[in-house]
Design a protein around this ligand. Structure first.
Ligand SMILES: *[C@@H]1O[C@H](CO)[C@@H](O)[C@H](O)[C@H]1NC(C)=O
Ligand SMILES: *[C@@H]1O[C@H](CO)[C@@H](O)[C@H](O)[C@H]1NC(C)=O
Ligand SMILES: *[C@@H]1O[C@H](CO)[C@@H](O)[C@H](O)[C@H]1NC(C)=O
Ligand SMILES: *[C@@H]1O[C@H](CO)[C@@H](O)[C@H](O)[C@H]1NC(C)=O
Ligand SMILES: *[C@@H]1O[C@H](CO)[C@@H](O)[C@H](O)[C@H]1NC(C)=O
Ligand SMILES: *[C@@H]1O[C@H](CO)[C@@H](O)[C@H](O)[C@H]1NC(C)=O
Ligand SMILES: *[C@@H]1O[C@H](CO)[C@@H](O)[C@H](O)[C@H]1NC(C)=O
Ligand SMILES: *[C@@H]1O[C@H](CO)[C@@H](O)[C@H](O)[C@H]1NC(C)=O
Ligand SMILES: *[C@@H]1O[C@H](CO)[C@@H](O)[C@H](O)[C@H]1NC(C)=O
Ligand SMILES: *[C@@H]1O[C@H](CO)[C@@H](O)[C@H](O)[C@H]1NC(C)=O
Length: 791
């Protein structure tokens, strides 16, 4: 017993000091090390992010206090010796809310990437104390206010693009910017003197596009590799002295400003230039012939200016020139003969030049390597040239808005690579040639607003990739060909080949293409107009051609919303007769059906419920029979016009379930019977949606300008005095309440509305997410207006 105790105590006397030594040693290694402090800061960052993002979380959620080494965590980077945290990457991590206020506690932080989130509010002073930052990326958020990064004198790469920052550059950016190499301020509201950048002697990539810069240009830009000033308000001229002998520019983008005067020939000092974009200014005088010596030039965009009409012969020397854009220069008269000699061009845009003649004499039609030809908005007349059918490389042929007359040559059916054929808004007559059915690559066929007659050829059904077909406003007659339901059945091969080809996106001037091909006053396309900038256009165009959806649509009659391609079929304003075949249910990619102002009759096929419809307009036809109750299950329907038909029977109450509906018209179907439910989406429409239906019972508040009924079990009146609000108020409230309950999740719609406003001018982080919210925003706006009107 005793011995044992003694041994024990001896043991302790040895062990305890040993233990102490170990502890001290351990503490020396890790106890209060700077890495521990850094780790603490990062844990604070994590809990900050978690309080602001309760539902969706990025991978920072995996950061774990118990796993000892933060250098192993996703998005955390350490110095080479592993002693300090030097980088945080939280890009694309589903973070919303304000900025973390203690990055500066990471005293060795060099790399901070918070891009592609939905961070909002102001950038805190704390960030300006991160003096060691070399890389800062805040792009694609909704951060706002004035920015002060004047203390970040070590910055080399700075990306602030696509936010809502404003203020003068010299008070926003590093006070000493000698180390700056990349600066992207695109899509904000910055302004101020551009000569701030004189001090940034190492700068190579500067993107100031879509801001508020005005005044005159910064003359030092030619020492950069890329310079974009696109979409600002810079005026005056571009002095020759900008282009020093040693100009190193590869990309110069001055588009969308207010430059005037001549383009100096000295621009040819930029011997490595690949892209020159002067589009959308007020340049005058000759196109400088010196451009012909920049042998590296691939894209030359001179459109929307007032250049004189002589195209210098020297441009023919440009062996690499693939894209030439000279639209809207008011050239007039005959097409300059020189265009027929640009044999290497892939894309030629001469749109909007008031040409009257010279299509053949110029020899443009012999440019058989061309893939994109845009001659729209001119004054060409006479027959469409058959010769164009030999330009077998063509993928996009845009001849819309001219005065071409006569038949569409059947030879156009030989253009087997065509993806878009746009002949709309001309005076074409005759029938649609069946040979167009050979165009198996076609995505867009636009023949609207001509005088085409006879039947729609059933051969068009062979166009298996055709997703956007617009034949509106012609004099087509006969039946809806059964085969037409096959169009767009399988666009995948075309999309896949477009995804493989690098050069789909041929320039920053695609807005007109997007607008023309998506023509459209209809959702989901119409709101696109409000957010189109040069940048968003090219990305929309690109997504479109590659088959990535940018609307969330309920496909296949389900209520699950997915990003899918949404095609259309526009037949409005013709003389089509007979029944719409039930096979229409096979057109799985069609979101807009516009059959208005035709002579269709018979019943509306219930198979329509299988389509991912957003718009269904069959106004001004002779449809009869019952309105299919199945329409009530087209969850994403926003726009339903059944007016001026001959429907009969009981009105299907199921339509009240269409909570996305924001335009509805059942007027002038005098045989329709039944009752419009007082609750549900239909009750949010005014009486103009129900005109001329004598048998149809409307709720009083729609038919008689009366206040809506009280809910079935009204809330108990407030006990005793003080008297409650006047009855009208409580009625309004109950109306509001009802609309809220029977409508959609307004809270969500409202949140999205706010987001929408924040994003209005710019391309959001995921342009897609916003786009997705818009229809809800619109529905909400409509509801609000309706409620306001009744108050
Ligand atoms: C920042 O972090 C450090 C270290 O964790 C801490 O001492 C300091 O109080 C924090 N500051 C703020 C403003 O939270
Ligand atoms: C900033 O982040 C965005 C999105 O994550 C990325 O596309 C961009 O290239 C980054 N900018 C720089 C300068 O690295
Ligand atoms: C700047 O950012 C915008 C938007 O994020 C992007 O489109 C553009 O290509 C960037 N500019 C440069 C020079 O990287
Ligand atoms: C370019 O030339 C100008 C004078 O013409 C000179 O001041 C400047 O230092 C040169 N820049 C470079 C990068 O060589
Ligand atoms: C272009 O310049 C002319 C005269 O120089 C002027 O009348 C016209 O308004 C200018 N156009 C634009 C768009 O600034
Ligand atoms: C088409 O381009 C190829 C090279 O891409 C060239 O060899 C050929 O001559 C061009 N065709 C014409 C008619 O210029
Ligand atoms: C298109 O055609 C319709 C019907 O013929 C006509 O009302 C409309 O004005 C035309 N649109 C244009 C822009 O010419
Ligand atoms: C349906 O089309 C007609 C023209 O045919 C048009 O007047 C009407 O506004 C359209 N309805 C809706 C709801 O867009
Ligand atoms: C309308 O429909 C009724 C029966 O549903 C039919 O008797 C009548 O002839 C139709 N009227 C027209 C103009 O088609
Ligand atoms: C519904 O259609 C009728 C007939 O075209 C029209 O008079 C009425 O204004 C339309 N109602 C709405 C809400 O557009």
């Amino acid at each position: 017993m005793l011995l044992k105790d003694k041994a024990k105590s001896q043991c302790s006397t040895v062990l305890i000091p040993l233990f102490l030594i170990l502890i001290t040693a351990f503490a020396a290694v890790s106890g209060n090390s700077s890495l521990d402090i850094d780790k603490e800061v990062v844990m604070n960052l994590k809990s900050f992010l978690e309080t602001h993002n309760r539902v969706n979380r990025g991978r920072f959620a995996e950061w774990n206090r118990r796993s000892s080494n933060p250098c192993d965590w996703h998005g955390v980077f350490c110095s080479n010796d592993g002693a300090r945290i030097t980088g945080i990457d939280l890009s694309d991590s589903m973070i919303s809310g304000g900025m973390f206020n203690n990055f500066s506690a990471l005293t060795e932080l060099q790399h901070l990437d918070l891009s592609s989130n939905t961070l909002n509010g102001a950038v805190l002073d704390d960030l300006n104390r991160c003096h060691n930052l070399v890389y800062l990326n805040l792009s694609h958020n909704i951060l706002e206010g004035e920015l002060n990064l004047t203390g970040l004198n070590s910055l080399e790469k700075l990306d602030l693009s696509t936010n809502r920052f404003r203020g003068e550059v010299k008070f926003s950016l590093p006070a000493i910017c000698r180390r700056l190499v990349v600066a992207n301020l695109s899509m904000n509201d910055f302004w101020g003197q551009l000569d701030y950048f004189d001090g940034c002697s190492n700068l190579q990539y500067l993107d100031l596009s879509s801001n508020n810069f005005s005044g005159s240009i910064w003359t030092g830009f030619a020492r950069l590799i890329e310079f974009s000033l696109s979409e600002n308000y810079v005026t005056e001229s571009v002095p020759a002295s900008c282009f020093k002998e040693n100009c190193s520019l590869q990309v110069l983008d001055l588009s969308g400003n207010k430059f005037h005067g001549e383009v100096p020939g000295e621009i040819s000092n930029c011997k490595n230039m690949i892209t020159l974009n002067l589009w959308g200014n007020n340049f005058t005088g000759p196109i400088p012939s010196e451009l012909g010596s920049i042998t590296t030039l691939e894209s030359l965009l001179l459109g929307n200016n007032r250049f004189s009409r002589v195209i210098p012969e020297s441009l023919l020397n440009l062996k690499n020139l693939a894209l030439l854009d000279l639209r809207n220069n008011s050239f007039g008269g005959k097409v300059q003969e020189i265009f027929g000699k640009f044999t290497r061009l892939k894309s030629l845009a001469l749109r909007g030049n008031s040409y009257t003649d010279g299509l053949l004499s110029s020899g443009i039609h012999e440019l058989t390597n061309m893939s994109r030809l845009d001659l729209s908005y001119n004054d060409f007349s006479g027959a469409l040239p058959v010769e164009i059918a030999r330009m077998l490389g063509l993928k996009f042929l845009i001849l819309a808005h001219n005065q071409f007359t006569g038949d569409i040559p059947f030879e156009y059916g030989d253009l087997s690579n065509l993806q878009a054929l746009d002949l709309s808004f001309n005076g074409l007559s005759g029938s649609i040639p069946p040979s167009l059915g050979n165009l198996r690559s076609l995505l867009f066929l636009m023949l609207a607003n001509n005088s085409l007659t006879s039947e729609i050829p059933h051969e068009l059904g062979n166009c298996t990739s055709l997703l956007w077909l617009n034949l509106a406003n012609n004099q087509l007659s006969g039946k809806f060909p059964l085969e037409l339901t096959n169009i767009g059945r399988n666009p995948t091969p075309i999309f896949e080949s477009n995804r493989r080809s690098k050069q789909m996106n041929v320039g920053p001037t695609e807005c007109s293409a997007v607008k023309r091909l998506l023509t459209i006053d209809y959702p989901p396309f119409d709101f696109l107009y409000t957010i189109l900038t040069m940048k968003t256009c090219s990305s929309i165009w690109d997504r479109l051609l590659k088959g990535y959806g940018f609307f969330q649509i309920c496909s296949g009659g389900s209520s699950v919303r997915e990003y899918v391609v949404s095609g259309y079929l526009q037949l409005r304003g013709n003389q089509l007769t007979g029944e719409v075949p039930s096979d229409i249910g096979k057109m799985q990619h069609v979101s807009v059906l516009d059959f208005g102002s035709n002579w269709f009759n018979g019943e509306l096929p219930i198979e329509m419920e299988k389509l991912p419809l957003v718009v269904l307009n069959i106004s001004r036809n002779r449809f009869s029979g019952r309105i299919p109750s199945e329409i009530g299950s087209i969850t994403c329907l926003q726009n339903l016009d059944l007016s001026l038909n001959n429907f009969s029977g009981i009105f299907p109450k199921e339509l009240s379930r269409l909570t996305d509906l924001n335009r509805f018209n059942i007027s002038f179907n005098p045989l329709i019977d039944g009752t419009i439910p007082a609750a549900g989406q239909l009750a949010t429409f005014g009486k103009e949606s129900f005109l001329g239906n004598p048998l149809l019972q409307l709720p009083d508040f729609i038919s008689g300008n009366q206040l809506p009924p009280l809910p079935l079990s009204p809330p108990p009146p407030p006990p005793g005095p003080p008297p409650g609000p006047p009855p009208t108020d409580s009625r309004d409230e109950s109306e509001l309440w009802k609309a809220l309950v029977t409508g959609y999740g307004c809270g969500m719609a409202f949140g999205i509305a706010i987001l929408y406003f924040s994003f209005r001018k710019r391309e959001p982080k995921w342009f897609v997410t916003i786009v997705d919210g818009i229809h809800q925003w619109k529905a909400k706006r409509l509801l609000k207006r309706k409620l306001a009107r009744r108050e």
